[in-house]
Write a protein that binds this ligand. Structure first.
Ligand code: FAD
Length: 347
């Protein structure tokens, strides 16, 4: 007996293409679980340019990236996908032992979740987003104890003396949020040029002038611990002065960078850092594993959302055909097909 989740298809990646893939599979009557290492859906659109307008989505002359993601999620919602967020897929295994097994693939995440599926669609974009790490000796053993790259629960930081590192929106937004619950907040950035929204910088500066927060320019050069507990930071300031700062917790917001390292372990034929696919089916070199969006490669590939949408449609036809013993899959017009209407829940 299997105690994890079972589904028709696992989609790795909840970027724009993964989300549209849910819709295209749904039209074919196929259920999906979508896994993403980020705690929210949206991929690059949300992570890298949420408020920027996009001008090349067909029939939407201009749409903000975040709005596009909301629309895609809404469009997929009739098919009731399960989103497994904050989970990075670390292994895809083919269950070879039993040839008659319908759920041929076992996926395992870094949080130890097990999901079985009949097919896998990789929509992993530029790779799984991971926080950029603080590079100072001795950080590793303190992570999730006193050093954090993500805020899970504000309560964990209540009444603590916090030092926040970073100069972008997440550093400033969290500094403002945490200032309300922490005992003290010191924000440190390597320069006085901030990437955060001007309005947040202004709010932080106002709080500093009321002595409710501190803003420093400098770089952490050493973590000073006592009995494996972090007590102080050594910070070398831009003014040439080295300071020691006492703290309970260190929160690091250096941004996220995509990691592709895992691809190499999945036994897929690659073209540089992209997965080779057949453009008829979007299947990879491994039968039953497909790839769509920025992660795939074929002659003429362009990393555009538009291309990913087309790829998702053809992949859904191919998956449907594979799951129905190679039967030809009829084209369904969403305007007129009663089957499509039934699946969409419209009359
Ligand atoms: P992504 O958006 O990269 O999403 C992939 C998701 O997969 C991520 O959320 C990642 O965390 C997740 N993931 C990866 N590996 C794993 C794993 N092992 N386990 C769990 N989750 C995993 N395109 C346009 O068409 N028009 C534009 O105007 C445009 N402007 C852009 C502007 C900027 C600044 C940038 C950076 C890109 C722009 N793009 C634009 C490109 C567009 O954003 C990408 O083509 C698109 O996001 C690709 O979508 P995707 O779903 O394939 O991948």
């Amino acid at each position: 007996s299997f105690s994890g989740t079972e589904t028709d298809v696992v989609i790795i990646g909840a970027g724009p293409v993964g989300l549209f893939q849910v819709f295209e599979l749904g039209l074919q009557g196929i259920k999906a679980v979508v896994i993403d290492s980020l705690p929210h859906i949206g991929g690059q659109c949300r992570e890298l340019y949420p408020q920027k307008p996009i001008f090349d989505i067909p029939a939407l002359p201009q749409i903000n990236a975040l709005e596009l993601i909301d629309n895609l999620a809404q469009q997929a919602s009739p098919f009731d996908p399960e989103y497994l967020l904050d989970n990075r897929v670390v292994a895809i295994k083919r269950l070879e032992q039993d040839k008659s097994l319908e759920h041929k693939f076992l996926l395992i995440t870094d949080k130890g979740k097990h999901i079985r599926a009949k097919a896998v669609i990789i929509a992993a974009g530029g790779g799984s987003f991971e926080p950029v790490k603080l590079k100072v000796p001795g950080v590793e053993p303190l992570v999730d104890k006193q050093v954090f790259y993500r805020i899970k629960d504000l309560k964990q930081h209540q009444d603590k003396d916090l030092v926040i590192l970073g100069g972008g929106d997440s550093a400033f937004d969290w500094a403002l949020e945490l200032q309300k619950v922490a005992n003290s907040v010191t924000l440190i950035h390597r320069s006085s040029k901030y990437r955060a929204a001007q309005s947040s910088v202004q709010l932080v500066e106002n709080l500093c002038s009321k002595l409710k927060m501190q803003l420093l320019t400098g770089q952490v050069t050493e973590l000073i611990t006592e009995n494996n507990t972090l007590k102080q930071l050594r910070v070398s300031g831009k003014d040439g002065v080295t300071r020691r700062i006492e703290l309970d917790q260190l929160l690091v917001f250096f941004g996220l960078s995509p990691k592709l390292s895992l691809l190499k372990d999945w036994g897929l034929e690659l073209h540089h850092n992209q997965i080779k696919v057949n453009t008829e089916t979007f299947e990879t070199s491994q039968p039953g594993i497909y790839a769509v969006g920025d992660i795939n490669w074929y002659p003429g590939k362009q990393k555009l959302i538009l291309s990913g949408f087309h790829e998702a449609a053809l992949a859904a036809f191919a998956v449907k055909s594979a799951l129905t013993e190679g039967k030809r899959v009829p084209l369904l017009y969403t305007t007129t097909s009663p089957i499509a209407h039934q699946r969409l829940g419209v009359s």
